[in-house]
Design a protein around this ligand. Sequence first.
Ligand code: NDP
Length: 291
Amino acid sequence: MAELLDGKAIAAALRARVAARVGDFVARTGRRPGLDVVLAGDDAASQVYVRNKARACEEAGMRGAVHRLPATVTQQELLARVGELGARDDVDGVLVQLPLPKHIDESAVLEAVDPGRDVDGFHPYNAGALLAGRPTLVPCTPLGCMRMLEHAKVSLDGARAVVIGRSNIVGKPMALLLLAQNATVTVAHSRTRDLAARCAEADVLVAAVGRAGLVRGDWVKPGAVVIDVGINRTAEGKLTGDVNFDEAREKASWITPVPGGVGPMTIACLLENTLRAAWRRAGLPMGELGL
Ligand code: NDP
């Protein structure tokens, strides 16, 4: 039976470390790190996410603000707001909540975020830096997965890793982070042939798909570490992952639950990224951040 990778507990510990370092930042610079979240439209889930992000910042001693724009906002207005935030001295992190209204060019908006304040790590500059092996601001969800693997002291050197999903937000950066730790990485997707057999080779299996229970117990190699990024809602309204948890936990050595796994880590890593961006912008030595 697998041990549980308790994202709630690991995230709480990371948030406490961030809060302590925020105290140090304030003492050294005389100001709080600040995150500004831009929300365009009235998507109900996004409303909850942005509120939680701002609240988490405040709880860690940082400034967290939400800028709400109507669903009818024009591309130009949205770009102008993102540009304004990127020019303010007290703004360390700028996050544009996705999805954006359909008439907005998402890539253009993400490219308008100042790369030094791009705490989601979605700007092509930061994506390129990760690809080049010089990561600066790394997307929060894959970063959270890596923090969990660190917590479980999983040895990635030479390990076989399979990532299911190739989005720019999760799958691709996850694969690059695993590669940077010397894992042998396979990226699977909707066109992958014989997905079950590919997964069964994995010492580390990361599912980032958005299909409830896709990964069955017999896809899991005995002793594998299983990270379930998926968030799906069942017909009864319950949250569930991409992995059939009850089956997979019989085979794995470590497994993340949904909820209470990757989700809390994503928010904790957003706080880490905001502090990291503030630290760099303030010209403090990165070696002294110590997270
Ligand atoms: P996307 O929809 O952007 O990507 C899904 C990926 O899964 C695609 O690469 C797609 O392949 C692949 N895929 C779809 N169906 C299959 C299949 N049957 N077999 C194999 N691969 C398949 O999603 P995201 O990456 O944004 O998110 C993935 C999941 O993670 C979602 O459930 C999302 O809610 C969750 N999530 C959770 C977060 C957290 O904090 N816990 C944060 C972000 C996301 P193809 O490219 O070929 O279409």
